[in-house]
Design a binder for this molecule. Structure first.
Ligand code: UTP
Length: 472
């Protein structure tokens, strides 16, 4: 059977023959895209996510246990671990070259509305360094500290892979060696018509596709050969982070030390959490669902669950997911191979050709079901996942929206606040407004200091003036 006939047979079997109308002209690229779709898994997915819909908040929800290195945790009933011991374990891991950086950057970034890949967004408050440069500078600083090259893996999507590669080449990989960086695209899923589950088309023979979620990263690590490469080079811990957080600490010894602490973690999946700021903050929380650990989306919690408090008066479901994980390579291999993650439904507007007129339409209301996998669903498959409570201000300044919460403006303020506090620790006088925020624009490159202790007080000013911009 030739390739076109094989695809036609598959389409017929899963009731999607409209994808390839008689006489449709197929280029090799179009054929390749059609062949990349797992058609035989579609009917079951359509049944589960389009024809029927599981709704409502999950039953038997409890907060997920976590640990902290904050001595005050004891008063809150949280197990307090010795930071020095974890730090030592994490440093040993880093010194042995067992950690690789992994950025997931395949998202569409629709809320921010930036014209290029999100990693190219100017994110530092004074000099406007792009996110990718900020991460590269962390890698450069870590290499200097640990004395060896560190591998960086970046997951893109079909839509932004070429632009991402171009950006790295145009910027000479920000001073890193090209060979230490591996960029690979994630999997794609066809968008489905909300009404009947038919695959939506951009053109005859061309399904409308979208990235398969950050959970697709586990399979993509395997398929791309990244996992083989890591293991071949003695890397067994993946420091996973999102492309939208300029304050992510990619090489956090305490966190990595917890990941390999056999008493508290199976070395498979370890996450960072910070308490939610408000009950209605739109962030997923770590919780046990029917005893299994994972993240429950904000929209899946009832208003009672959102508002519920514990005996100390704190929000019961407060453990906000910072989307920073340490993941074991052998665990990724297991999940990618034998234990695929579940799919989640999102209703979206997807431009497609109308079956009636054959014309391209841009819907004003959601018309499509997109299916995505979430990386944190892997937690439930780990023998002993661990969650570390961290100081949110030192770890998290996400850029999601064009304005308001989690926007470039709020991220800039959070970065200035953090770096202002570092300078205060070093004895510099920092202006603050009545609301407590730093009244200056400050950034510190990771190549200058990874922690406040790295700052050289001899090189610092005595004071920063209100409204001043300072980049170190
Ligand atoms: P978000 O959930 O913020 O989604 O992704 P997004 O697509 O970037 O942005 P919106 O929702 O369209 O505005 C969180 C992280 O996961 C990555 C993103 O690049 C970001 O780092 N991601 C998300 C992927 O790598 N692939 C995906 O399919 C989805």
């Amino acid at each position: 059977m030739d390739r076109i006939a094989a695809i036609r047979a598959l389409l017929e079997d899963c009731d999607q023959s409209h994808v390839l109308p008689d006489g449709a002209q197929l280029t090799d690229q179009m054929l390749h895209r059609l062949e990349s779709i797992e058609w035989d898994s579609l009917p079951a997915l359509i049944n589960e996510h389009v024809r029927t819909r599981r709704e409502g908040s999950p039953a038997n929800l409890e907060p997920a246990p976590h640990v902290t290195v904050d001595p005050e945790g004891e008063g809150r009933g949280v197990e307090v671990l010795d930071p020095a011991q974890l730090q030592e374990q994490g440093e040993a891991l880093l010194a042995a070259g067992r950690v690789a950086a992994f950025a997931v950057a395949g998202g569409q970034g629709t809320r921010l509305g930036w014209h290029g890949p999100k990693g190219t967004f100017p994110a530092s408050p004074v000099t406007g360094k792009p996110l990718f440069r900020l991460f590269a500078e962390q890698i450069l600083a870590a290499q200097k500290k640990w004395g060896h090259s560190i591998r960086w893996y970046i997951m893109t999507s079909e839509a932004n892979d070429a632009a991402t590669r171009g950006f790295f080449l145009d910027n000479r990989c920000f001073g890193l060696d090209r060979r230490q960086i591996m960029i690979f695209p994630q999997g794609m899923m066809p968008a489905l018509d909300m009404r009947d589950g038919k695959v939506l088309l951009e053109a005859p023979g061309v399904p409308a596709m979208s990235p398969d979620g950050h959970g697709g990263s586990l399979k993509a690590l395997q398929r791309s050969g990244a996992l083989d490469q890591m293991e071949g080079r003695g890397v067994d811990v993946i420091s996973y982070f999102q492309v939208d957080n300029p304050l992510v600490q990619i090489f956090d010894p305490i966190f990595l030390g917890l990941h390999v602490d056999a008493g508290h973690s199976s070395g498979e999946f370890t996450s960072k959490m910070a308490s939610k700021l408000r009950s209605d903050e739109k962030v997923g929380v770590f919780a046990l669902r029917d005893g299994k650990p994972g993240v429950v989306e904000y929209s899946d919690l009832s208003s009672e669950e959102l508002e519920a408090v514990d005996t100390s008066g704190r929000l019961l479901f407060r453990a906000g997911n910072l989307a920073t994980h340490a993941i074991g390579t052998s665990f990724v291999r297991r999940v990618a191979g034998e234990a695929p993650l579940p799919w989640h439904r999102a209703d979206k507007k997807v431009a497609c050709i109308s079956p009636a007129t054959g014309q391209l339409i841009h819907p004003e209301e959601p018309n499509a079901v997109k299916l995505e996998r979430f990386v944190f669903d892997a937690m439930a498959l780990a023998k002993k996942p661990a969650i570390l409570e961290v100081d949110r201000d030192a770890h998290f300044a996400p850029i999601k929206n064009a304005e308001g919460e989690d926007s470039p403006a709020s991220s800039n303020q959070l970065q200035s606040d953090l770096y202002g506090s570092w300078l205060e620790e070093a004895g510099v006088k920092i202006p603050r407004r009545s609301d407590g925020h730093v009244d200056a624009v400050i950034e510190i490159s990771p190549t200058t200091a990874m922690t406040p202790q790295d700052l050289d007080s001899g090189q610092l000013p005595d004071a920063v003036e209100p409204g001043e911009s300072l980049a170190l």
